[in-house]
Design a protein around this ligand. Sequence first.
Ligand code: SAM
Length: 211
Amino acid sequence: MEANQQYLLDKHRKTDNKIETLREYAEQNAVPIVDRLSLEMIKQLIRIHRAKNILEIGTAIGYSSMQFASVSNDIHITTIERDEEMITQAKSNFETYGYSSQIRLIEGNALEQYNEVNDKQYDIIFIDAAKAQSKKFFEYYTPLLRNGGLVITDNVLYHGFVSNIDIVRSRNVKQMVQKVQKFNDWLISLENYSTNFINMDDGLAISIKGE
Ligand code: SAM
């Protein structure tokens, strides 16, 4: 790991909360969760933006949604997950860590849940599900994003492959990386969004609506 990154991780470790214990579980069980510095960046955006309603695509075990909710008691998260095992674990974690009242879990394919989540406008949409589908999630859910709201997309550099696709051998991975490349090109070209890409962890894109 790069020295600067290690240094910053060590700093943040001093602010670990209880939810952070799930990171070890996630690593041991190969559950992909948002990287630590990216998480801290998103939490800071939530604070700066005074976000109260957040829509997350891709819950997994509920780690990121609980971390977002931990920023303030008046934050409400709607999070969508399709995998049965993840749903069971997320529900149990929300109970264990005391976040059931702040987090609403929608079960099913995120490409079909619009009518389950369109009861409010969102300040932030966090896209963290199937990486080849990020554009679809973006198009499907951003009508629910308020003007001035943020779309945060994780893994836009995907293991360094997005900037260096020639090193990818697997055909499937190559296709997926090409989709991420196309998504990034499309995102930066959107006229009603202002996007910046952050070279942190696996790459974050932050897009502001109507800027
Ligand atoms: N946001 C979580 C965190 O940082 O703690 C990690 C989410 S993990 C990277 C991605 C999750 O998205 C997986 O649990 C996967 O089952 C789910 N997923 C992928 N495609 C989906 C879809 N179309 N609808 C719902 N969930 C999906």
